[in-house]
Design a protein around this ligand. Structure first.
Ligand code: ADP
Length: 466
């Protein structure tokens, strides 16, 4: 049988450029697909951070990476905007990129069976394929999958910018791009893709409701028979305490005591009290309301008044930078707040932490809990989206489960869950059992990549969209 040809289009991918989980997925799922026998290419913009000569490079497993070059658009330090806000030319940049995804296939004579698009930056690929390239025989067998990693970021632009896309004004219509008087790229991507997916089964259901759909629930309902939820995986060649080069002492479930050497090492490095018995709470997050920062802000003082240490790594909204800096000053002995992206290697925090906070208002999939599991850091998380699909409440009687969940999006509910985790931490035998449970969980890409292949195979059999 011929290999399934897949072009994976993403605005970011590890190790070339990263602002969030999309980069982790784009840097690892293509490799897992190649492992299963697919013929995969990854395409992304060539930003300033891409230190590669020319317009391509090879990743592992024969996955070739194609870079779209345009220095005016992409040779910038940031991906989507700077501290003054989103770049004013984002629509020019990403419509250019999306069009180049198709042009590049022609240039390379690579006829994809599937173009797997991700988030609003690549939402125009299925649109162009079904408009500008609709009658191009080169693409007659090409089908598209559009994956939503976060429905809150839709690629919204003023109506006046519509001509930049290069399509007929007739498409500025409620059935395609028009969204409350604005241009909405994600909406058009949903309409024009052969299938739509998102990154967990629960989030796939949630986004059909007004609470989570961010206004796109209506259009998603029209595609409900083509909407799928496939959980992200993580790449254990990157996230593994047994091999992580950034941590002081490698460990695994067989030599768990060594985990605590990492805690002491980080305590020393950050000027916290060196004591392996103090529970360390870690948090690595974009500082945004989505991530539960507003409810966490309300209880952070209560948490820091306990015998705990808090280590945070995060960047985002200015209001949280200000608040967290204030907290760090007030609690210098038990809080270390690091407010720049990648200021510390994330692995060091996962390795040192006992508890990991993920109080998200919504969470499409969430990678922190999966990475945390591998490092033996127990999640305290809100029961939503991918967190709900991957974390099970720990039951001290049966010793089964993998974390502590709360349901109501309220500061008190979060504090209760933290207290429950801290109480369990004091029962050392029990805690050890819990840590062992989570370290033995398997969230590698194997299972999910297989699901994607099955989905691709289903889509390629479909006739083209009318
Ligand atoms: P999202 O993509 O919504 O931000 P995910 O949980 O899917 O959330 O993925 C976030 C990824 O970004 C994880 O790999 C996390 O460790 C990483 N991350 C988040 N904030 C930072 C930061 N300040 N520095 C380094 N890595 C970060």
């Amino acid at each position: 049988m011929e290999k399934l040809k897949v072009l994976f289009a993403s605005a970011e991918a590890v190790p070339f450029a990263k602002t969030g989980g999309l980069a982790d997925v784009a840097g690892s799922l293509p490799l897992a697909l190649a492992d299963l026998g697919a013929d995969v290419r990854l395409i992304m913009p060539k930003y300033h951070s891409v230190k590669v000569e020319g317009d391509r490079t090879a990743m592992d497993k024969n996955v070739e990476v194609w870079f779209v070059e345009n220095d005016d658009y992409f040779d910038r330090t940031h991906l989507y905007g700077d501290r003054y806000g989103d770049y004013a030319d984002n629509l020019d940049r990403f419509s250019f990129f999306s069009r180049q995804v198709l042009e590049r296939c022609l240039k390379e004579n690579f006829k994809p069976d599937i173009i797997h698009c991700n988030d609003w930056h690549t939402a125009l690929v299925p649109v162009y394929l079904n408009t500008l390239f609709k009658y191009d025989p080169f693409f007659s067998k090409t089908r598209t999958l559009f994956t939503i990693h976060n429905i809150a970021y839709q690629g919204l632009f003023a109506k006046e910018e519509f001509p930049k896309i290069g399509l007929d004004w007739a498409l500025f219509h409620i059935h395609y791009f028009e969204f409350y008087g604005k241009v909405n790229l994600m909406k058009a991507g949903i309409v024009y893709s052969d299938a739509v997916s998102t990154v967990s089964p629960s989030y796939a259901k949630e986004i059909l409701t007004p609470e989570y759909g961010c206004g796109l629930e209506g259009v998603l309902k029209t595609r409900a028979d083509s909407l799928f939820g496939i959980l992200n995986g993580i790449d254990y060649s990157t996230w593994n305490p047994a091999t992580d080069k950034d941590i002081a002492k490698n460990y695994s479930v067989e030599n768990l005591d060594d985990k605590y050497l990492n805690k002491e090492d980080l305590q020393k490095q950050l000027g916290l009290k060196v004591d392996a018995d103090i529970p360390m709470i870690g948090m690595i997050s974009r500082l945004a309301d989505q991530k539960g920062m507003d409810i966490f802000a309300r209880i952070i003082g209560d948490v820091l008044n306990k015998k705990v240490q808090l280590v945070m790594l995060g960047s985002g909204d200015q209001k949280y930078h200000v608040l967290l800096e204030k907290m760090a000053r007030a609690h210098p002995r038990n809080a270390s707040i690091n407010l720049r992206f990648d200021m510390l290697p994330a692995g060091k925090i996962y390795a040192a932490s006992d508890i990991f906070l993920i109080p998200s208002r919504y969470e499409p999939c969430g990678l922190n809990q999966m990475i945390g599991f591998k490092y033996g850091a127990i999640p305290v998380a809100r029961k939503t989206g991918g967190l709900k699909d991957t974390i099970h409440e720990f039951d001290p009687k049966t010793r089964k489960g993998s974390g502590f969940l709360f349901v109501d999006y309220k500061p008190e509910a979060l504090l209760d869950a933290i207290n429950k985790a801290l109480a369990t931490y004091q029962r050392r035998e029990l805690w050890r059992a819990l840590v062992k449970n989570v370290m033995e969980l398997d969230f590698s890409w194997k299972v999910s990549a297989r699901e994607y292949i099955r989905l691709y195979q289903k889509i390629v059999k479909r006739p083209p969209l009318p």
